[in-house]
Design a protein. Structure first.
Length: 238
């Protein structure tokens, strides 16, 4: 895996320039019949094989008219034209190589290499001229009022689906009969706050404790006064 000069990741490698190329930039490696293979193959053997036509296996040189197809192999134009002629006029425009690859890329392929193949072959051979693609059917114009109505219908349908999706228990639905419709409903149980009651109890206990301390102090003072009076009366009698 390498990175092309256009910053795309690619497995293709140009033996002549010793660099990674993508399926678009491979058109820049056509000089001197540059061999294009995988990076792994180049690591195993960096020496390119002799230039041969991938269809006829005949040697190629600068005097032979060639073309690189979408399998990144180089073909002799003479060999390609002879092969298409052997298929007959009916199959010429959809000619497929023995490897299963179409000679002329379909119009849906927009790579630089595919565009170059279609242009080069159509300039030389009548069988390479492809029929234009049929135009896409036009969508009916939608007026604002129609769009608003369709949007409203969609929202209503979504709301209905959402209501239907809610599972309401049977006992949660109020009955419709007159006997239970006006029946007296039980009052809700009073709510009690545990925190407030707990604070009141603590405050009450504190008050009771304070009163008991006051009572004990008062009793102690009374006892002391009684002892003092009793002691004084005893001395007087002596």
């Amino acid at each position: 895996m390498g990175i092309c000069k256009c910053r795309k990741r690619t497995d293709l490698y140009c033996y002549l320039h010793s660099k990674a190329v993508c399926s678009d930039c491979v058109v820049d490696c056509d000089e001197n019949l540059a061999h294009i293979g995988s990076y792994v193959e180049w690591l195993q053997d960096p020496n390119p094989p002799p230039p041969l036509c991938a269809l006829s296996k005949t040697p190629l040189d600068a005097t032979v008219e060639t073309i690189r197809l979408t399998d990144f192999k180089i073909y002799s134009l003479q060999a390609v034209d002879g092969y298409v002629a052997s298929l007959g006029a009916e199959k010429a425009q959809q000619a497929i190589l023995p490897s299963g690859m179409p000679i002329v890329p379909p119009p849906t392929v927009h790579s630089r290499l595919a565009q170059r193949i279609r242009l080069s072959l159509s300039e030389r051979f009548a069988w390479a001229v492809q029929a234009p693609l049929p135009p896409e059917p036009e969508k009916p114009a939608t007026t604002p009022s129609m769009a608003a109505v369709e949007s409203s219908q969609v929202r209503r349908q979504q709301s209905a689906d959402a209501v239907t999706a809610i599972n309401v228990p049977a006992d949660a639905v109020a009955p419709d009969d007159e006997a239970t419709k006006y029946a007296r409903r039980p009052l809700p149980a009073p709510r009690c706050s545990g925190g407030v009651n707990r604070q009141r109890v603590v405050l009450l206990l504190a008050i009771i404790g304070t009163l008991m301390v006051v009572i004990l102090l008062a009793l102690q003072l009374d006892l002391q006064e009684s002892e003092v009076v009793h002691t004084g009366s005893g001395r007087g009698q002596v």
